[in-house]
Design a protein. Structure first.
Length: 185
């Protein structure tokens, strides 16, 4: 099924709001990386300067999709602790007739990201993706939400295993680097 048949797609902000150190946090394209929203120093903006008609506030389970620049097509699902933040200049996908987690994993998969989205973003200059193009993406969607959730749970479990391996390898590299430095001294 096409993404537009199971979700709505809206744009984030159209122009930059006034920055305010005590304002609401805004997620930008540079905060999205391979399925995760990088935590850290989010840009903060004045909530009174946000266009209400744009529905800029994010809800848990929505998916942010980068629409232009070097990270075009990258996406991440909004976790519960980031609900209420503002969507920057990217697109927001609100899944209404499928599992949001499953759709988020689909958008990061090779068959969609490389096989469809990257092809749609090809431009003479800077890569760009619009809501119509994103909505045209074809999803291999299992028939029930229960099955979609089971697949998403399996993928999450595998990601946890891989992240654990990565952490172990990074710790081993750090230990070997420390040994090397001590041998040099």
């Amino acid at each position: 099924r096409r993404l537009k048949s199971v979700a709505t797609i809206r744009y984030g902000l159209g122009q930059p709001p006034v920055e305010l150190s005590s304002g609401v946090a805004m997620i930008r394209a540079t905060d999205v990386s391979a399925g995760t929203i990088c935590r850290g120093d989010f840009l903060r903006v004045d909530p009174d300067d946000l266009p209400r008609g744009r529905n800029p506030y994010l809800k848990s389970g929505e998916i942010i999709v980068v629409r232009s620049g070097a990270y075009t097509g990258d996406s991440a699902i909004v976790p519960p602790d980031l609900e209420g933040m503002v969507a920057g200049y990217d697109m927001v996908v609100t899944v209404t007739q499928a599992s949001p987690r499953f759709v988020a994993y689909c958008l990061l998969s090779r068959y969609i990201l490389e096989g469809q989205i990257f092809l749609l973003t090809l431009r003479a200059a800077q890569p760009h993706l619009n809501a119509t193009e994103l909505g045209s993406v074809l999803l291999a969607l299992p028939p029930t939400i229960k099955e979609q959730e089971s697949i998403a749970d399996f993928i999450s479990m595998k990601f946890e295993e891989l992240n654990s391996l990565v952490s172990t390898i990074k710790a081993q590299i750090a230990t070997l680097t420390a040994y090397r430095k001590s041998l040099i001294h």
